[in-house]
Write a protein that binds this ligand. Structure first.
Ligand code: NAP
Ligand code: F7E
Length: 320
């Protein structure tokens, strides 16, 4: 049986990737940082089938010990300080976890077993103020937040360990991917959850920032399949993963409210508080390399994703 270690197991992608790897017969070891309250909401249905162990990307020794003990063949590094606005308030922490944390994990792999296959969760935020439309693997980076800057470091250190030490290190440059398990502060989930609360009469407004920002949004369940596929190839490489479509925050609102027979214009209020010091205005992927080389395909469209998220929050909120 192959063993895979997933950092960031308690996050959105960690839960979907664990489900996928279990179905494929892996032993799954999930790494979670210690907290005073248990944070297993997204993986509670998997706890009988996976092993959750303590570890932290800020602590080199914990990573070395994990690899020594569990002897994985694959390591997926999904852990990060991943919320862009927080990266302006906590830029040093974001750099330590999201950038240097990658080096700590790569160093641990290099010392324990350099044959381990490694996946790094890189991000379309690296393209930032885009220098080319659509964005592909060789589009130059222009990050616009401390988070984006940290991810550029994580990407290049992944490439560097591949080139310096001949290690199987891959970088998946993933565009925004969402689901009913998305954190509540990200715009798609904030919209879905507030639409549900408005429909149920629990609130009457949705305060948002920039409605014109455009993103290439896909379904997280589809994207974790791409992560696994990248580690099954003959050679390590970088891959852009996205839908190739872009939609505005306004459009997301329009569809989400219309799904419950409401007009977003009656409820959405723009609030300066949610604007960013530097914005990423337009992201759109060119995922043709992944489609051809990985034979990766989408199963959920943009409209299906919006409706899936609103339906899930309606069901959850109506039980409260
Ligand atoms: P998420 O829901 O925010 O999950 C992040 C995970 O990292 C959580 O499990 C978190 O643990 C963990 N973590 C944070 N700091 C840590 C530390 N110091 N040591 C160990 N674990 C730590 O993020 P996601 O949406 O699943 O995304 C997964 C990865 O893909 C992230 O690296 C993200 O930056 C990247 N990415 C995401 C997207 C997207 O659209 N979702 C797109 C491109 C790239 P707690 O639960 O304890 O906070
Ligand atoms: O913002 C605008 C905001 O926070 C999307 C992370 O997973 O994807 C994610 O980063 C857009 C931005 O995600 C609100 O200005 C308007 O333009 O949902 P978000 P993000 O910043 O794109 C990338 C690929 C990652 O790698 C990250 O880890 O929506 N927006 N009004 C708002 N955003 C938020 N959060 N809240 C608002 O009220």
């Amino acid at each position: 049986m192959s063993t895979a270690i997933i950092t960031g197991i308690t996050g959105q992608d960690g839960s979907y990737l664990a489900e996928l790897l279990l179905k494929k017969g892996y032993q799954v070891i999930g790494v979670a940082r210690r907290s005073s309250t248990v944070n297993n909401e997204r993986i509670k249905h998997l706890l009988d089938d996976i092993t959750v162990v303590q570890g932290d990307l800020q602590d080199q020794g914990s990573l070395l010990a994990l690899l020594e003990e569990y002897k994985p063949t694959e390591v997926y590094n999904l852990a990060a300080q991943s919320f862009v606005p927080t990266s302006w308030n906590q830029p040093a922490l974001t750099g330590d976890v999201t950038a240097l944390g990658v080096t700590r994990l790569l160093e641990a792999i290099r010392f324990v077993n350099p044959k381990i296959r490694f996946y790094q969760a890189s991000s379309s935020e690296m393209f930032g103020k885009v220098l080319e439309v659509p964005q592909k693997e060789d589009t130059p980076f222009y990050p616009r937040s401390p988070y984006g800057v940290a991810k550029v470091y994580g990407h290049w250190i992944t490439v560097n360990y591949r080139e310096s030490f001949n290690m199987f290190t891959t970088s998946g440059i993933l565009f925004n991917h969402e689901s009913p398990r998305r954190g509540l502060e990200f715009v798609t989930r904030k919209i879905a959850d507030t639409v549900a609360r408005i429909k149920l009469g629990k609130t009457n407004e949705l305060r948002l920032g920039n409605l014109e920002a455009q993103r290439d949004w896909g379904f997280a369940g589809d994207y974790v399949r791409a992560m696994w596929l990248m580690l099954q190839q003959d050679h390590p490489d970088n891959y852009v993963i996205g839908t190739g479509e872009t939609h505005s925050v306004r459009e997301f609102c329009e569809i989400a409210f219309a799904h419950v027979d409401l007009d977003y214009k009656e409820f959405v209020v723009q609030d300066e508080k949610f604007y960013r010091p530097a914005e990423v205005d337009l992201l759109i992927s060119d995922p043709s390399k992944a489609r051809t080389a990985l034979k990766w395909e989408l199963t959920v469209s943009f409209k299906e994703l919006v409706r899936m998220m609103v339906d899930a929050d309606l069901e959850r909120r109506s039980k409260e």
